[in-house]
Design a protein around this ligand. Structure first.
Ligand SMILES: [Cu+2]
Length: 129
C-alpha cells in the first residue's frame, strides 16, 4: 500500500466514522429532547419546610426534582402540573418529573401528615416567561 493510497484510505475511514456518529445523533436522540431544557433540582424536606423553599424556573422547562426527607416521610404535590401526592422517603432521593407549561406563582405542599406543623409545610414555585 503506497503512502498516498494509505492516506486517502485513512481519511475515508475518519469521514465514515464522523458521518455515522452524526446520523446516529440525528436519529437516535431519545424522546426526552422533545421537552424544552431539562433542569435537575435537588431538594430536601423536613418538619416543616422545603429547602429551597422557592423554586425559580422558566416556562417550558422539564424539571427533574430529586428530593429526600431529613426526618420523617413527607409528601409533595403541585396540582397545576399534575403532580399528585408524591411520598418523599427518609434519607433517599425520590424523583419527580414534570414540564412547567404555564407561567405564574404556584404553591407546592406536603400531602403526608408529618406532625403538628404539617399544614405549614409548603413552598413556592415561580415560573417566569
Ligand atoms: Cu411534611
Amino acid at each position: 500500500m503506497d503512502q498516498k493510497y494509505r492516506r486517502s484510505f485513512f481519511f475515508f475511514g475518519i469521514s465514515a466514522v464522523v458521518i455515522s456518529i452524526t446520523l446516529a445523533g440525528v436519529f437516535l436522540i431519545p424522546s426526552e429532547t422533545n421537552y424544552g431544557d431539562s433542569q435537575d433540582i435537588y431538594m430536601e424536606a423536613k418538619q416543616f419546610e422545603y429547602i429551597p423553599r422557592t423554586l425559580n424556573v422558566t416556562v417550558g422547562e422539564h424539571l427533574v426534582i430529586h428530593i429526600k426527607s431529613l426526618d420523617v416521610p413527607h409528601g409533595f404535590e403541585i396540582k397545576e402540573f399534575g403532580v399528585r401526592n408524591h411520598v418523599i422517603p427518609v434519607g433517599e432521593y425520590t424523583t419527580i418529573e414534570f414540564t412547567v407549561d404555564k407561567t405564574g406563582n404556584f404553591t407546592f405542599y406536603c400531602t403526608v401528615f408529618c406532625g403538628v406543623g404539617h399544614s405549614d409545610h409548603y413552598g413556592y414555585m415561580v415560573v417566569s416567561a
